[in-house]
Design a protein around this ligand. Structure first.
Ligand SMILES: [Zn+2]
Length: 640
C-alpha cells in the first residue's frame, strides 16, 4: 500500500469503486454527517477498500487508517436511529463478510417465509448469539436484559395476540417510567419493531435479550394459556386435585412437594422450613393419573415409565391468579414414579442483611471487612439447604444501587431482584455455566454473582474477575470456612492467588427456631455438658429453651429457622498461613486468635443460650471441632 497516500484536493480517483451493496456505507455516511470523518477521508477509505484483495469493511479500514476509534463509532451509532438492516450493519462493522450475508439471505429465501435473518446467521454459524448481542448492545446502545419468565409482566403479555409470538421474536418485560420495556432478539428487525409498536404504541423502549431466553419465556407462557381453560377443575378430578396441591403449597410457603407412591397409598409431603411433613395421603389408584397429569404439565414423556425424567411447569392459579414456576423430577422407584416439585422464583422472601441472623459484631465485621471491599471474592459455604442462597441474595440486595452493575449466573435463578441482570443457567437451551462465565465479564459488571464454584474453571473465572477489580459473590459446598480455603487449594488454585483474592468465607447452617408460643426452659443433661466440653460455669447466664409443641408449630416445637454463622476474614496472618500451606488446624487456630473467628458450634451455643434454637439441635447438627470457649467469652466476641 506504498502508493496509497491520503488524497490531496482535486486528485482524480482513477479507481472505479466496485458495485457496493445498497446501504453498505450508511454508517460511514453517518460518520461524515456527524463530522467525525471528512468526505475526503471516506472517499480515500473506499479507494483503499477497492484495492484490497480481502473482503474488508469500510469501518475496519477507517479504523486501520486511524481515522476512527471504537468510541467515536459507538457514540455516532447511538446518536440517531439508523435505518439499516441487521445484516448490512454486521457487514459494515466487519463482523460478517458480504459473502456470508448473501448466503444467509439465500437460505432465508429458500427455506421459508418467516425465518428471521438473525436466526439464520446464528443457526448457520455465521456469527454466535453472544457476539450478535454484544454488537447490538454495545454498538447501538440497546440495553441488555435477561428476562426470566417470573419477572415478565403478565398484563403486558396478555396484550400480545398469540399468533404474533410465533411470527415475531420479542417479549414485553415490564413497565418502566411510563414506557414498556420490550426485549427483542434483533432490535433492528423492522417487522418485529412494528409489531411491538402496533400493540404498545410509541411507548416501546427497545432492549435486547438472547433469542433462546425470549423463546423460552414465550414457550412457557404459551403452555400456560393452553392449559388455562380447564372447566371441571375441582377436587373431584385429577386436574383439580393437582391444582389444589399446588395452590396449597403456594399458600403455605412450601419449598418442595414430594409425591410418593408407597406400597399401599400415595403420600404427599411438603417441605417447609427445611423439614418434610406429610400433607395428605391418597388412594394408590390415583398415582398413575396424577403422574400423567404432571407429565403433561411438564411436557415430559407420558409413555416413559422406566426412566428418570425432568421438566418444568409454569402454573397459574385460577384461584388466586398467582404464578408459580416449578422444576419437576420424575424418579423411578420400586413402587412407581416418585415426583418432586421444587417451587422456584419465590418473590418477597428476601431478607435484609441485618435480618439473616448474624450476631452484631460479626455482622459489623462482615460489612466493614468484606462487603465494603471494592473487589475480591466472598464465599458462602455449607451443605445443601444451609441457607447459602438467601445469604447471597441478602448481600446482593445490600449492594444493589444505581451506581453498581450486578450480573449473575445462577442455576437456576431462585429470587428475582429488581435492578440486577440475572441469568438462569439452562443447558437444555444452550445456556451452559461455562459459556455464561466466559461472557459475563464482557458485560462490564462491578459485581458478579456466581451461583456456585463447582470446578477449577469456575474457580479460575472467579479469581480472574477478582484480580481485574471485580467483586465476586459465590457459594461452595464445604463443612466450614477453613474447609472452603482447602477445597480451593485442592482444586489446584495457587495459594498466593487464594490469599490475594479471597476476602472472606462465611460458613452457614440453618437450625430450627424454637417455637416462641410453647417454649419452656431447658436444663442440659450431664451427657450434654460432657459433649459440649463444658462445666456448669461455662454456660452461666444461658437461657436455654425448648418447644413443647402446640397448634402454632403443628406440635413440632419448632417454627421457622435461624441462621448459624462462622465468619473467616482473611487477615494477614491467615493469608500467610494459607501461602505456607499450613494445616487446617493451624489455620483455624490463627483465625480464632487473629481474626476473631467464632466457630459454627460456638455461634450455635450462643443462639441456644438466647433460647432461639435448642441445645439438642446444636449438638446434633453443628460440627464440633475444638472445645468451645465459655459462653461469656463468646458473647463478648459476638457483641451480644
Ligand atoms: Zn409451638
Amino acid at each position: 500500500m506504498s502508493d496509497d497516500t491520503p488524497p490531496a484536493a482535486g486528485t482524480e480517483l482513477a479507481v472505479v469503486s466496485p458495485p457496493a451493496r445498497a446501504g453498505s456505507d450508511s454508517i460511514a455516511r453517518l460518520l461524515v454527517r456527524r463530522g467525525i470523518i471528512s468526505e475526503a477521508q471516506l472517499v480515500y477509505a473506499k479507494r483503499v477498500q477497492a484495492k484490497l484483495v480481502s473482503d474488508r469493511s469500510l469501518i475496519e479500514i477507517l479504523k486501520d487508517l486511524r481515522q476512527l476509534t471504537g468510541d467515536q463509532l459507538a457514540d455516532a451509532l447511538k446518536s440517531e436511529p439508523l435505518d439499516i438492516r441487521l445484516g448490512d450493519l454486521l457487514v459494515e462493522l466487519g463482523r460478517i463478510r458480504g459473502g456470508d450475508l448473501e448466503a444467509a439471505l439465500t437460505i432465508q429465501r429458500e427455506t421459508g417465509t418467516h425465518r428471521k435473518l438473525g436466526d439464520i446467521l446464528v443457526e448457520y454459524g455465521f456469527i454466535d448469539e453472544q457476539q450478535l448481542i454484544e454488537i447490538l448492545a454495545s454498538k447501538l446502545g440497546f440495553p441488555f436484559v435477561m428476562p426470566s419468565f417470573a419477572q415478565v409482566d403478565r398484563e403486558l403479555l396478555r396484550q400480545v395476540p398469540p399468533k404474533m409470538f410465533s411470527q415475531n421474536c420479542f417479549l414485553p418485560v415490564e413497565r418502566r417510567n411510563g414506557r414498556v420495556l420490550v426485549a427483542f432478539a434483533d432490535p433492528l428487525d423492522l417487522e418485529d419493531r412494528e409489531a411491538a409498536d402496533r400493540i404498545f404504541g410509541r411507548l416501546v423502549l427497545p432492549a435486547i435479550a438472547p433469542r433462546p431466553t425470549i423463546r423460552e419465556a414465550i414457550e412457557l407462557y404459551r403452555r400456560g394459556i393452553q392449559r388455562a381453560p380447564v372447566p371441571e377443575a375441582d377436587d373431584s378430578t385429577v386436574v383439580g386435585l393437582v391444582n389444589g396441591l399446588l395452590d396449597e403449597a403456594m399458600q403455605q410457603g412450601v419449598s418442595d412437594i414430594h409425591i410418593e407412591p408407597m406400597k399401599d397409598r400415595l403420600r404427599v409431603r411438603f417441605r417447609r422450613d427445611g423439614v418434610l411433613a406429610v400433607h395428605r395421603e391418597f388412594n394408590l389408584d390415583l398415582a398413575p393419573p396424577v403422574t400423567t397429569r404432571l407429565k403433561v404439565m411438564a411436557e415430559a414423556d407420558i409413555a416413559e415409565r422406566r426412566r428418570h425424567q425432568d421438566g418444568r411447569i409454569l402454573y397459574e392459579s385460577a384461584a388466586t391468579g398467582a404464578a408459580l414456576d416449578l422444576r419437576v423430577s420424575f424418579y423411578i422407584t420400586v413402587h412407581g414414579e416418585k415426583i418432586v416439585l421444587r417451587l422456584m422464583n419465590k418473590k418477597g422472601e428476601l431478607l435484609a442483611l441485618e435480618d439473616i441472623g448474624m450476631a452484631p459484631r460479626m455482622l459489623q465485621q462482615f460489612r466493614d471487612e468484606a462487603l465494603q471491599c471494592p473487589s475480591g471474592i466472598m464465599i458462602v459455604t455449607g451443605p445443601t439447604g444451609a441457607g447459602k442462597t438467601t445469604t447471597l441474595y441478602s448481600c446482593v440486595n445490600a449492594l444493589n444501587d444505581l451506581e453498581t452493575s450486578i450480573i449473575t449466573a445462577e442455576e437456576p435463578v431462585e429470587y428475582v431482584i429488581d435492578g440486577i441482570s440475572q441469568c438462569s443457567i439452562n443447558p437444555k437451551i444452550g445456556v451452559t455455566f461455562t459459556e455464561t462465565l466466559r461472557h459475563i465479564v464482557r458485560q462490564d459488571p462491578d459485581i458478579i454473582v456466581m451461583g456456585e464454584v463447582r470446578d477449577a474453571f469456575s474457580a479460575e473465572t472467579a479469581i480472574q474477575a477478582a484480580l481485574t477489580g471485580h467483586k465476586v459473590l459465590t457459594t461452595f459446598h464445604t463443612e466450614d470456612t477453613v474447609g472452603g480455603l482447602l477445597r480451593l487449594l485442592n482444586m489446584g488454585v495457587e495459594a498466593f492467588l487464594i490469599a490475594s483474592t479471597i476476602t472472606c468465607v462465611v460458613a452457614q447452617r440453618l437450625l430450627r427456631r424454637v417455637c416462641p408460643k410453647c417454649a419452656v426452659p431447658y436444663t442440659p443433661t450431664p451427657e450434654e455438658y460432657r459433649r459440649l466440653g463444658y462445666t456448669h460455669g461455662d454456660l452461666a447466664g444461658a437461657e436455654l429453651m425448648i418447644g413443647r409443641g402446640c397448634a402454632a408449630c403443628r406440635f413440632t416445637g419448632y417454627k421457622g429457622r435461624v441462621g448459624i454463622f462462622e465468619l473467616l476474614i482473611l487477615s494477614e496472618p491467615v493469608k500467610e498461613a494459607v501461602m505456607a500451606r499450613k494445616t487446617t488446624h493451624e489455620i483455624r487456630r490463627l483465625s480464632i486468635e487473629s481474626a476473631g473467628l467464632v466457630t459454627l458450634f460456638e455461634d450455635g451455643i450462643a443462639k441456644a443460650a438466647r433460647g432461639k434454637v435448642s441445645l439438642p439441635e446444636v449438638l446434633k447438627r453443628l460440627p464440633r471441632l475444638d472445645r468451645p470457649r465459655p459462653l461469656f467469652e463468646l458473647r463478648r466476641l459476638l457483641g451480644e
